[in-house]
Design a protein. Sequence first.
Lengths: 233, 368
Amino acid sequence: MSLLELHDVHTFIEQFHILEGVTVEVPQGSIVALLGRNGAGKTTTLRTVLGLNPASSGKVIFDGVDITEQKSFDIAAMGIGYVPENRQIFAELSVEENLRIAERNKGDLAGKEEMIFGLFPDLKRLIRLPGTNLSGGQQQMLAVARALVANNRLLLIDEPSEGLAPVLIEQMMEAIRALSEHTTVLLVEQNFIVASRLAQHYAIIEEGRTVKAGEMGHLVEDEETVKRYLGAA
Amino acid sequence: MTSTALAQSTGLSGWLRRRRGLLGAIALLVAFPFIISIVIDGQGLAAVVNNDLGNARFLQGLAIEIFILGIYAISYDLILGVTGILSFGHAMFFAVGAYTFGIMLKSFELAWPVALLVVLVAAVLQAILFALVLPRVHGITYALVTLGFASVFWIVIQSSDLADYAGAEVGLQGVDAPVWFLDTTNERFIFYLICLAIFFGVYVLYQHIVDSPAGRVFVAIRENEDRALMLGYNTFWFKLLVLVIASITAALAGTIHTLHQPIVTPNVAGLFWTVTALLIILIGGMGTITGALIGAAVYRLLEYYLDKWFAGAAGLLIGAAYVLLVLYVPYGIVGTWRAKSLRIKEGRDRLLKLLTGGGGKEEPAAKE
């Protein structure tokens, strides 16, 4: 059963037609990778799910509920967390405050503390530091950790490996694998190696349209498709 | 949360320790008129209580003006510095309080608590008015719309049709103190203490607000409103809350202004009065809350003493002082102090170590 479904979604940003027919299904309990070149519309797809760039036509269904025209804060409150690209943590808030602000109910953080600090032990050590003092990798960890605080059923993660050193990419992958045991993940990832090792399913977006989707195992063996749409083999 | 990572020291002793600077400042300001009376005026302690003429009485008046400016500026800091809402109509928040309170006392002869209640209602209504346009306009456009609101109010209070109430271009005058303890002329010291209590009461309240979960959302809105939305916060309600709190606070400053000044001029609704709040928080440190209070003191004292000493050239010197402050204290007094405090502390520790004979040996750097 799919937790999230996008059916022929079209999105405009100002006068520009960015998404021209995106169809994606995210099965419950899985990791789905949205693949595609720069500017294909992957991030806009995530922002459309969240209502930040609302769809002009098509349907976005979350857990059987049509959320196409819902407000961002209502969509988030339904249990969809977002880890944007470039981290976008709150730089002037401390690590603790960055985590606390994600609480939807009092005690959310207390209940998740063990899991979060288990996945990201560095954050426990840096708990009082302002976000701006963290390194890029630590900020990325904080951004993911923040999405884990509330009881999200779906996480949208945008380019988690971007700008990270190889050793940190491994750590981030471990964390995403671990958190996928608790929640479903829709992942945007330029790094095909990372995406193929994490996700069970994929959808390729090209010029705002879904051009191919299926099981990751099949895509890994299909070198021609990988080369054609992703420029990697 | 477990005790390990996020525990905080609580209890009265912890609170007193954290607040020792504040308590010291309050004690100093309570003692201030007596110190002036003895040291400068050569009078006794009774002169302060008896409201005798002298420097002590005059400087209490100047301090009350600083308290009014501080309360007004702190409300602007919540809107602009903490939440990032750019409003150019903030003077209206102050002026509505000043005029409403004065008119209710003078023209409608209401009891002062009822007049205060009317001010409260007016403050909430104007905050709602300022919030209504929030979903449609942002940034500089919002600033211009709010400037428009304030300009309309500025024109209305000067209209001849309302001259019987608001005094047209001259302003509102002849508002008598409604009760003895609010009489700045005859009970200066009592009024001074009341203003001092309100000043620090507002400050402590604002610090609690900014440190509260809602306060973290205010900061989040300033830093990245989209992110706050994505965390599930309906940011409109938080911004409305900020405007309501700030409007009530600024209106409170306006009511004190009406009680303290013999005349409330329409200038307090003009753009310059908003710029005054902006200057104060720039001097003190935007978004720091404490900076608004310190900025108010620096602003008013600079204005008063430069005017007193240099008369005609004062305007030029004040302008030059602001330019220098912005250039050399870029985050305001409190902001720059915080930014440099670690370095200052390191220097102080090194100096102490040298003086106590512990210098020369470098301790290994503490691991994070």
